[in-house]
Structure formats: C-alpha cells, structure tokens
Design a binder for this molecule. Structure first.
Ligand code: GLU
Length: 482
C-alpha cells in the first residue's frame, strides 16, 4: 500500500518554519514511495481563527513546491478538507463512540468544572457524568442542557504505541483524563477530529511535531475503540533557537524570523530555506552532500534518517546556504529574484544587468542588494582623507590628486567606456608614470564609489556609471583633495 500522509495546519495567519518542516517531511515520505499527500485545514478552534490564514498556507506550499494531491482547492475523494465543513461527520462519529461505550455526555456546568480546579487552576475532571443512567441523560437532553462529549478512558492497564522515531511510548491509563471530544458549541476538539479525519482520509503515516508525542496514546485508544487500524506515528524533534546568552529554547520570534514569509521578505530563497530545514532533524544516508533539490530529497528521504534529538536553528548556517544558492542561480533567475529588493533606481537595463552580475557573488541574502548598490545610484558623502591613503597601493594624500588627474585625462579621452578597455588604458597610463596600476585604480575606485569596499573593480564601476557621471565623481574627489 502506498503511503498517505497529510499536513494538517491550524490557520494561525503565518507559517512557522517548524510547521513547514512537518509539511516537508510528510510530503517527502509519501512522495518517496509515490504515495498521496493531503492538505487538511484544522480550523475548529474558532477563537484562534484568522481571516485569510488558509491562503498563507496554500501559498507557502505552492512556492515551496510541496504540491498536495488532495486539499481544499484541489478536491479529492475524501473531502471536504476544511474541518469546519465536516461538522456533521464528527457529530455522527461522536454518537457512534457513545454507542460503542467509549464516550459519554457530560452536562456539568462551567461553574461546577471551575470548582474542581485547585487554587493553581489545575485539576482534572471528576468523571461526574460518566455513569449517568440513560433516563438521566435523556432528561438532560430533553431539557436542552448544554453538553460536551467526553472520551471514556480505560481505568486500568497501559496504552502504548511505537513511534517510528522515538520508539515505544506508554501511558498508564489511570493517568488519562476523560478528555472532551465535542465541545458545547458543537465543534470537535483537535483531540477528536484529527483522528476521525486521519482514519477517513486513509492516512497511513502521521507526521507532526513531537508536542503530540505523549498525547498520542489517547488518540491510539480512539482508533482501538472504533476497531480501526492505527497509523504509523512519526513525531519530529523540536526545532530550537539559541538566544544571545547561548541558552537554547523552543524556536520563537526572539531568536529571529520564524515565519516562512518573514524569511522570504528578508531575502532568503525558498529553495535554500527548504534545503536547510530539511537537514534540521534529518540526515540523509550514505552521502556527505548537503545540497538537495526537492526532487533529490524525494529520492533519498527515509524515516530512519530522522533524528530524535532536537535541532537548533542556526541563522548563520541558513545565511551561508542562501549565499550558496544565490551564487548558483542563473543570471536570469537572480534578476527575477532580485528585482523586488532593488527599490527605486534609475539604472538602464544593460547597466542593471552588469550591477546584478557584480553583486550576485557578493551577497548572502537578497535584502543586502540595496546597501551594496547604493553608491551606483548616489555618491555617498565620504571623508577623502580617510579613504584615499592606502599603503598596499602606495597611495598617499599627497599623490592621490596627481593620480586622479592622470586618470581623468585618460578617461576623458577614452573612445569606448567599457571596463576592459578602461582597464588597459589606465594600466598604460600607470606604466607611463612609472607607478603601480593598483595606485591609479585605487584612487579611481574611491572617487567613483566613495567607499573602500565595492562589488566589482574600479573599471567595472566606471562602465556602470558611464563617462559623464564618472568624470563628475572624479572632479568631486579632486575638490575634496584640494
Ligand atoms: N493542527 C495541528 C497543528 O497545527 C496538527 C497536528 C497534527 O499534525 O496532527 O499543530
């Protein structure tokens, strides 16, 4: 049987990268064997409902290429795929569970339940309604008393399951609460409806974060109560973040951007993010390679490569990955990705292409483009006395002016304002003056850019600026030096 997996996010309004990793692993697991990947929206917690959140989820899966075979917009034989559209199904199965003797109506008032809690606010339900007679139940129902439906947990014994990553997980049944399956508002709880859906949708492998690891015996008991075959459980290690003080805790905003959209906005590439988070908790077998396309991941992904120990999200490492991905892009792909990060600019198309080719090897995320190219657009105000002197190139405040004047002569006579030709001409001029070519080029670069470190060398910058602007900037420098 081919695996059927699902990604079952709650529409919270953003895609946490921990969730995205769950989606990725579920996708890879099913696709590795040509199985089915389902998207199901778990929106039964109406208080947490966020308008438009489902679109964020769908958009993320689209950008990342985690294509689902069944889901809210694509349909499928197990729909609907949005839980709030499946309420009659949950009611029917809750009734069924009552008939099977594994669930019961609870009519306890809020006040009564609150009185059960200790001062610390904790304390379990005392199973007050667990053994009501049928007459008592019928009477309350006839009166229209609000009720919830609770799971009737076994009082003795142990419930265990074998998690594919964490091994055997067991719980003493006497520790289990009679958890609510259906709430008074007619909505199911996650604890109930995800089990019903996973079964009805034929899910064979449940892949999700390990926060569900210890509550899964309760879900396994539901499968047993209906006489259904349990799925294989694959819980994923926590994604952690390292704080400024070195301490490690669950990855959250205080560690950095944690949503997929925020990372994209910061100039990370979808492919780099996916590649990086794939390796956070999974180690491909038999290869040292760290770079994987989605297709390659599908090919090599196996559950036994998933680690138990929590993985620390390393922003430096992601940045490095991203830089590698940027360098591997075709110029066209880079341009397309870079355009939204350029902001206002007046560079003509051919100059823009040249600027992009200069920055592509020199940035690690797209949001660094703007600061890298700023000087092409406007000459920054700079301190000539600080920038011109350079030991290595034998440039001093005294000779800088002469070097620039010589460069200006050469440039103003240059028939063609192209980097290679300018490089040759300035080199020849240096030879004529018996100075190092580096000395002239250094001065030209400072004058043309107003900064010591630039993407590209002096003559590449000149070509982008064009003759008029280049000469203007050199004049500006000469003024500063006098
Ligand atoms: N809606 C749950 C969540 O977003 C899904 C957990 C699961 O995959 O079962 O955490």
């Amino acid at each position: 049987m081919k695996p059927v997996t699902r990604f079952a996010p709650s529409p919270t309004g953003y895609m946490h990268i921990g969730n995205l990793r769950s989606a990725l692993y579920a996708f890879l697991l099913s696709k590795h064997e040509g199985g089915t990947f389902i998207l199901r929206i778990e929106d039964t917690d109406r208080e947490r409902f966020v308008e438009g959140a489902t679109d964020v989820i769908k958009e993320t899966l689209k950008i990342t290429g985690l294509t689902y075979d069944e889901g809210p917009d694509v349909g499928g034989e197990h729909g609907p795929y949005i839980q709030s559209e499946r309420l009659p199904i949950y009611r029917e199965y809750a009734k069924k569970l009552i008939d099977l003797g594994h669930a019961y109506y609870c009519f306890c008032s809020k006040e009564r339940l609150e009185s059960l809690h200790g001062e610390d606010g904790v304390g379990g339900y005392d199973r007050h309604c667990r053994n009501l007679t049928q007459e008592e139940i019928d009477a309350e129902l006839a009166k229209g008393t609000p009720y919830v439906i609770r799971q009737k947990m076994p009082e003795e014994g142990v419930t265990s399951y074998v998690d594919a990553v964490y091994g055997e997980i067991s719980t003493e049944n006497k520790e289990l609460q009679d958890q609510i399956l259906m709430k008074a508002d007619g909505y199911p709880t996650y604890n109930f409806c995800h089990v019903i859906d996973d079964h009805l949708m034929g899910v064979t492998h449940v892949v999700r974060g390990c926060e569900y690891l210890t509550s899964t015996p309760k879900y396994a008991l539901l499968y047993d109560a209906y006489g259904w075959e349990r799925p294989t459980y694959i819980h994923l290690p926590l994604m952690m973040g390292r704080g400024a003080d070195g301490t490690v805790s669950k990855l959250s905003k205080r560690h950095g951007a944690v949503s997929f959209a925020a990372l994209l906005a910061d100039g990370y590439l979808s492919e780099a993010i996916i590649n990086y988070i794939a390796l956070l908790g999974w180690c491909p077998k038999g290869t040292e390679n760290e770079f994987f396309t989605l297709e390659e991941m599908i090919r090599v992904f196996t559950v036994d490569g998933i680690n138990k120990s929590s993985a620390v999200f390393d922003y430096e490492k992601l940045l490095w990955f991203n830089g590698e991905y940027i360098r591997r892009m075709t110029p066209m792909a880079f341009k397309e990705a870079a355009l939204p990060f350029l902001g206002e600019h007046s560079l003509p198309e051919d100059k823009l292409d040249m600027v992009l080719s200069l920055v592509q090897p020199r940035i690690e995320k797209l949001s660094q483009i703007r600061e890298k190219i700023g000087f092409f657009l406007t000459l920054p105000d700079y301190d000539a006395t600080a920038l011109f002197p350079n030991k290595k190139n034998k440039v001093t405040l005294e000779n800088a002016k002469d070097l620039l004047l010589a460069a200006r002569d050469t440039l103003s006579e240059a028939p063609e304002f192209k980097s290679d030709a300018l490089f040759a001409a300035l080199g020849a001029k240096a030879e004529e003056l018996a100075v190092k070519a580096g000395a002239i080029l250094w001065c030209v670069r400072i004058a043309a850019s107003g900064q010591a470190v630039t993407p590209g060398g002096a003559t590449e910058i000149l070509e982008v600026l064009g003759k008029d602007e280049s000469l203007l900037r050199i004049d500006e420098a000469l003024k500063k030096l006098s």
